[in-house]
Design a protein around this ligand. Structure first.
Ligand code: MTE
Length: 314
């Protein structure tokens, strides 16, 4: 009987890319030039095609667990701009996804504002199936399409004095009811060091399950720090600021004793109110052990060897 020996990067059968996506990718190989030249098309046309179809899967980050069903990953969300429940998917549809611009400012050679369509022509898209671990101890494994943030850094051209990067979410009171809660420090901001942003694992997503990132998951563009608790992965990025001072981000301002700057995943460091040892997988509900750096230590642990005297896991 023939036996298939799975290589390290191969996904288990349950986790292979859905057929429509594979077929779509073949279609894309035929029409790639058209797709990438589609700046004149509406955002959704571009995203539907370029975000998913033009991208090859990067096998370096295979997750070793089954994909979360799309309906679970896109209907159980944290997005406080739209409310405090997990059920904000329909409310989030009101956030316009096009046209979309991204601003680079702070310690940069030259301030710039660039349209998403133009930006996508200057980066190389790839697909990554990544684990996401929320600080609330639930997790999902989903296929994102996007590009490494290191490519954005080249476009933004920060000065050598820049040490931190701040990612700022859109804040539109006319469609985001959460912004009326004035005690929250809007707009939602998250930050990291320049070295973290330049790490190969730090990713800017424009696609999810082979389609544009839906608004509820942070469309049209959302930063991902897969080795950190999910609150670091800010949605709907409008502005990226470079600074020489460590930023205080949204959750840190609200409750610094529970949500810190570093927020690296560590099963042995409990949240002040609950254990971080295990996580519940969206979809199956299975409880599995949490891993240090969410299992991405080989890529990121060296970022922290010189950081002394701080809790890297809060
Ligand atoms: N980004 C913004 N702008 N607003 C938010 O409330 N929530 C964060 C993060 N990014 C949040 C955000 C938290 S706590 C988590 S766990 C993830 O988004 C959830 O991402 P998902 O809804 O795509 O699963």
């Amino acid at each position: 009987m023939p036996v298939h020996i799975r290589r390290g990067w191969e996904l288990p059968e349950a986790a292979v890319t859905p057929e429509h996506f594979v077929l779509g990718r073949r279609k894309a190989a035929l029409g790639l030039g058209t797709i990438l030249a589609a700046g004149a098309l509406g955002r959704s046309a571009l995203a539907q095609d370029a975000a998913g179809l033009a991208a090859m899967r990067n096998p370096r980050f295979e997750p070793g667990r089954a994909l979360t069903p799309e309906k679970d990953a896109t209907n159980y969300n944290n997005y406080y701009e739209f409310g405090t429940s997990k059920n904000i998917a329909s409310a989030a549809q009101r956030l316009p996804q096009s046209p979309w611009t991204l601003k680079f400012d702070g310690l940069v050679e030259k301030e710039q504002e660039i349209g998403l369509d133009d930006l996508l022509k200057r980066v190389s898209l790839e697909e990554r199936v990544l684990r996401h671990r929320c600080v609330e101890a639930w997790a999902m494994t989903v296929p994102w399409t996007g590009f490494p943030v290191s490519q954005l850094l080249k476009i933004a051209a920060p000065l050598s004095s820049a040490r931190y990067v701040v990612f700022e979410t859109a804040a539109d009171r006319s469609v985001m009811p959460g912004l009326r809660q004035s005690w929250y420090p809007w707009p939602y901001k998250e930050g990291c060091t320049i070295a973290e942003a330049g790490n190969e694992l730090c990713f800017m997503a424009v696609g999810l399950y082979g389609k544009a990132v839906p608004p509820q998951n942070g469309g049209p563009m959302r930063v991902l720090f897969p080795w950190k608790y999910g609150f670091k992965s800010a949605k709907a990025i409008r502005r990226i600021t470079f600074t020489d001072k460590r930023p205080v981000s949204f959750w840190e301002k609200l409750q610094s004793s529970e949500y810190g700057f570093w927020a690296n995943v560590n099963p042995e460091v409990p949240h002040p109110r609950w254990s971080q040892a295990r996580e519940r997988l969206l979809g199956s509900g299975e409880q599995v052990p949490t891993k240090l750096f969410n299992g991405y230590g080989e890529f990121v642990s060296s970022l922290y060897t010189d950081v002394k005297g701080e809790n890297l896991y809060l």
